[in-house]
Design a protein. Structure first.
Length: 355
């Protein structure tokens, strides 16, 4: 593209400020979603304004709608992962105006027609379609940080891994990462839709935990030795206990849930049980890369991981499994939140179509 063409493209897509737009808002924690008008008047250096096409729902969104543990200024807009088009920059650096991108806003705001994000949290989406690109944020990065960075799954190629909740938002990404690194996957699920997704993901051995004995099945499959690698992202005590019971001696158990989070959710830490079996407990936590000074120097690992998501998609090795698209209206988002809390729609990824 010539300089003239580039200038023309920018002129055609750049948005003047202030911009007023529609957003799906939580007035106060516990209140239902409402549709409101909001205005963005300015951008700081290093920020970009993005016209949102799609935003994906994460497990924490309906929880934050009930209880604002992030202390977001009310009224607040949830939606931390999005895809769309850059329509204005707050400075001379960052993605260009007109570029199709995906990214994360650490303050939420994705369930709206426009969102502001920092340059460092926005990436080009390449050949990834907009709905799928909107899922490559928190859930994907949680799986990537746990499996690839913390767990180094590549060293387990050819061996078994057990992934409870393998059809969930995080779990279905972890399942695909395990397979593309050459591991044999045991996945468990309890709903018909989740079990169907496990078959679609081509897990090597699926377990219906609502009807089968998880521990017995895994021990029978492994000749009583257990599995050398486990990734449990469920935040569920019964699952944590089952996982601890089947990790092999010398193996690794990767858990999603810091000690503080375990305490907040009233969950028992199974580290002593895991270590008693001669295995090692590892904690997956992408959040530490933003708050821990030691990890803040390593944030490029996460950005590299998101770029790998684009290349893996383009190579046909990874695909976000979108199981529902929610319309851009208050009732639709509220219904999706309630479904998440009831455990009826938390299969694969659920995406809001914002435009």
């Amino acid at each position: 593209m010539s300089k003239t063409d580039t200038a023309g493209a920018r002129a055609a897509t750049e948005v003047d400020l202030p911009v007023t737009f529609r957003a799906l808002v939580i007035e106060q924690p516990g209140e239902p979603v409402s549709l409101q008008r909001r205005t963005i008047s300015s951008l700081a250096e290093g920020e970009v304004l993005i016209r949102v096409n799609h935003a994906s729902i994460n497990r924490m969104d309906p929880l934050l709608a009930r209880r604002n543990t992030f202390n977001l200024p009310a009224p607040y807009v949830l939606g931390f992962d999005f895809s769309g088009e850059v329509v204005r920059r707050g400075g001379s650096a960052g993605p260009r105006v007109g570029e199709q991108v995906f990214g994360t806003s650490i303050a939420g705001g994705g369930f709206a027609e426009y969102v502001v994000a920092r340059n460092e949290y926005v990436l080009p989406r390449g050949a990834v379609p907009s709905p799928e690109a909107s899922t490559l944020g928190i859930a994907y990065m949680t799986a990537y940080e746990s499996m690839v960075v913390t767990g180094n799954v590549a060293e387990h190629s050819g061996r078994w891994i057990y992934i409870p909740g393998a059809a969930g938002g995080v779990g279905h990404f972890a399942t695909q990462m395990a397979r593309l690194h050459g591991l044999k996957v045991i996945g468990s699920a309890g709903k018909a839709a989740s079990l169907a997704l496990l078959r679609q993901l081509q897990v090597d051995h699926g377990i219906d935990y609502s009807r089968q004995d998880v521990v017995g099945e895994i021990m029978k499959l492994t000749g009583g030795k257990g599995v050398p690698l486990i990734y449990d992202s469920t935040y569920t005590q019964s699952s944590y206990a089952q996982s601890a019971a089947v990790v092999a001696s010398g193996g690794k158990y990767i858990r999603l849930g810091t000690p503080a989070q375990m305490t907040a959710f009233g969950l028992e830490d199974m580290t002593s049980v895991v270590e008693g079996r001669g295995a090692k407990m590892l904690i997956g936590d992408p959040g530490r890369y933003r708050i821990d000074p030691l990890y803040q120097r390593q944030t490029q690992k996460l950005r590299d991981g998101q770029m790998r998501a684009v290349s893996w998609y383009e190579e046909g090795k990874l695909k976000p499994m979108i199981t529902r698209i929610v319309p851009f209206d208050a009732a639709g988002l509220q219904h999706a939140f309630e479904g998440f809390l009831a455990g009826t729609v938390n299969v694969g990824k659920v995406v809001v179509q914002c435009r």
